[in-house]
Design a protein around this ligand. Structure first.
Ligand code: UGA
Length: 455
């Protein structure tokens, strides 16, 4: 099928490359010239396992191209994805400026020779499909022919770091549309994934036993709500684990044992129960704010969702309070931070706990030395105002530091010996914001160890 995608961000680029790999003919429209340049050369502007190799392959096959204009690429498409950014406004409401621009361009370019489905893949507020339809019609030069196009919702559930895996082998595909022909068209697009009939790319093998992917066919509003509810639930699950961890600390229980004990109950499940410095990233915070905003707009007070957010905010501050308790005064003290990215496997710093911790420690007068195997250039580029010293290696960051705070569970960190950490620090305080080590082993190495939810 002919596919056109607006936006070469995480969702747009990964979706485009994967659909091209499956044999569709894909054109991605991106307005940022440097991104277009780099994608054309086979280098993805984002760090994602397997993406560059797959991008190089689909460029060479001729199935994939990227352009900076929507001119001439909308009319011929069977499916047109809107995958542009929807950043939050100060109010928490999603900013739909880029969605509107894309919808107007789509309206301008739609043909009338075949049926075309416009798919909202960006996470947009509940009811946006109707709004996008209005914008598309604003973009039409003349009156649209009857029933030649429709707007559908197909929310994205990929995680950063495993984006290709999640796209090829998702837990489910959700399609929300008001026209049966649109659902058929989208099912045809996703058929190789739904039936798992494609040959797995060498970079991202198929999980054992996966022979079909669940499909949820529903109305547009429910599809939009599924996306928000999924992220809100995952964030709530983590905030729940963090709240339990905070109680564990007080009563002397170990949250790792507690999470394992409750996670074995299949109604609860063991994933997303890791207590720590809290959740971050470009999605959870933004989507929760938008859902809270929508709920209030419709006269409902979403107490649980608000608590999910406030437990998370406090969890970041608790890391700094821990350090304060251990060090007493922070002014003038040298502190090392390992891990800046909001999670391992990415250089993304959006809403990362590290940003809050660094800002607070700076305000308290600490001298901060940081190390992250991937995300340091992003911090330098996007947050030049933060006063930190960049170390060339994990151990180098510790020299002369009176405490180490770990904020991202990069696998390389847990491979560093506790003895080595204790020796490199000038005072052996370890605030383990991701529970990488056990308190017993850390204390045996001479560290003044503070995990989350275990004592
Ligand atoms: C999240 C969802 O998991 C995806 O399904 C969704 O598509 C995506 O948002 C989105 O809306 O675009 P992502 O933000 O990439 O994906 O990251 P996650 O792997 O979900 O992690 C989010 C945060 O939760 C990270 O800061 C991570 O460190 C934290 N986390 C995760 C915990 O603190 N504890 C856990 O047990 C799990």
């Amino acid at each position: 099928m002919q596919v056109t995608i607006f936006g070469a961000g995480y969702v747009g680029l990964v979706t485009g490359v994967v659909l091209a790999e499956l044999g569709h003919r894909v054109t991605v429209i991106e307005v940022v010239a440097e991104k277009v340049q780099s994608i054309r050369q086979g280098t993805s502007p984002i760090y994602e396992h397997g993406l560059d190799a797959m991008l190089t392959r689909v460029l060479a096959s001729g199935n994939f191209q990227v352009t900076d204009t929507s001119e001439g690429v909308v009319e011929s498409a069977d499916v047109i994805f809107i995958a542009v950014g929807t950043p939050p406004l100060a109010s928490g409401e999603a900013d739909l400026r880029y969605v509107r621009q894309a919808a107007l361009a789509i309206g301008h370019g739609l043909g009338s020779r075949k049926r075309q489905v416009v798919v909202n893949k960006a996470t947009v507020p509940i009811g946006s499909a109707n709004q996008v339809e209005v914008w598309i019609e604003d973009g039409f030069d003349g009156k649209p022919a009857e029933d030649v196009y429709t707007v559908a919702s197909n929310p994205e559930f990929l995680r950063e770091g495993t984006a290709i895996y999640d796209t090829l082998y998702p837990d489910r595909i959700v399609l929300g549309a008001d026209r049966s022909w649109a659902l058929e068209q989208l099912k045809a697009l996703y058929r190789p994934i739904l039936d798992q009939t494609f040959s797995p790319p060498p970079e991202v093998m198929r999980p054992r036993g996966l022979s079909a992917v669940a499909l949820v066919e529903t109305d547009r509003i429910s599809a939009e709500m599924i996306k928000y509810a999924a992220n809100a639930f995952l964030a709530t699950k983590i905030s729940f684990a963090n709240e339990i961890a905070n109680i564990c600390e007080r009563v002397g229980a170990d949250v790792i044992e507690v999470s394992r004990g409750i996670g074995l109950d299949r109604r609860i499940g063991d994933r997303f129960l890791n207590a720590g410095a809290g959740w971050g990233g470009s999605c959870f915070g933004k989507d929760l704010s938008a859902l809270i905003y929508t709920a209030e707009e419709y006269g409902y007070h979403p107490q649980l969702l608000q608590s999910t957010v406030s437990v998370n905010r406090d969890q970041r501050h608790r890391i700094v309070s821990r350090l304060q308790n251990a060090l007493k005064t922070i002014k003038g003290r040298r502190v090392a931070i390992w891990g800046l990215a909001f999670k391992p496997g990415t250089d993304d710093l959006r809403d990362a706990p590290s940003l809050t911790v660094i800002a607070e420690l700076s305000r308290l007068g600490a001298r901060i030395h940081v190390y992250d195997p991937v995300a340091m250039p992003t911090l330098k580029r996007d947050y030049p105002e933060l006063e930190v010293v960049y170390a060339n290696g994990a151990i180098e960051a510790l020299a002369g530091a009176e405490a180490l705070i770990v904020l991202t569970e990069w696998p390389a960190f847990s491979q560093i010996g506790l003895d080595q950490i204790a020796q490199a620090l000038s005072r052996p305080i370890l605030i383990d914001g991701r529970n990488l080590w056990t308190p017993g082993a850390a204390r045996a190495a001479g560290l003044d160890y503070h995990g989350v939810g275990r004592s």
